[in-house]
Design a binder for this molecule. Sequence first.
Ligand code: AP5
Length: 220
Amino acid sequence: MKDNLVCILIGPPGAGKGTQAKNIANRYKCKLVSTGDILRENVENNTELGVQAKNYIDNGNLVPAELVAAMIKNTMELYGININYLFDGFPRDIEQNVLFEKILNEFDLSVKAMIYINIEDDVVFDRLTNRRICPKCNRVYHLKFYPPKFDNLCDDCKVELITRDDDKKDVIKKRLEVFQKLTHPLVEYYKKQNKVIEINGNKNSEDVFKNIISGINCFR
Ligand code: AP5
């Protein structure tokens, strides 16, 4: 079995996965694979996958496991096996994990650790209803904590910021339910293997990052 760093980054919606993912990937020279980002890109470009995924995303449900697993396999075939990987938001339930372990096995890889960022439900609503995104560069802002310098414009692109379609209150509620019902059991699965780095996501993002780094270093 190869000794590459293969990590899963998981947590409730709005936990700060996307915010942390880029920094973690830079720090450990990982290829970052975010299923949410890839799916949204497909929806935007109206690909066959995007058309199939849109309804699930808009309603806060998980996109079917076989579609997401095929997407992951294609990505890994493209980037190869001699690199580190950080999977943001995948696998997301036991069914996806079975398919993921099969794929990893084919590549002679295995999961080193799951980084689980945990936050409370009321923080989730505050984070997501105040989140704004640059449609051009995908930079993520928060109106209170990480606001743009100029009213509703991306600091870098000067393009008007947008709200994600699934950041409506009823969809956030559904995403939280899906997390508890389907994703939480997967956290328990990896806990039994002593592979979970549990992080308090309620702190500021610099502290969250420091705690993630300390956690990962224990696994290296
Ligand atoms: P996905 O895109 O993965 O969304 P999510 O898991 O719901 O998480 P978010 O992207 O909403 O939040 P985040 O944790 O990245 O938080 P962020 O850093 O932006 O998935 C979307 C949908 O796609 C799913 O519902 C599903 O339909 C589908 N999908 C995706 N993956 C799938 C899979 N594997 N299988 C099936 N379907 C799948 O932070 C949030 C806000 O808080 C931002 O404004 C940020 O600036 C701010 N913030 C971050 N950290 C802090 C901090 N420490 N303090 C204060 N503010 C902070």
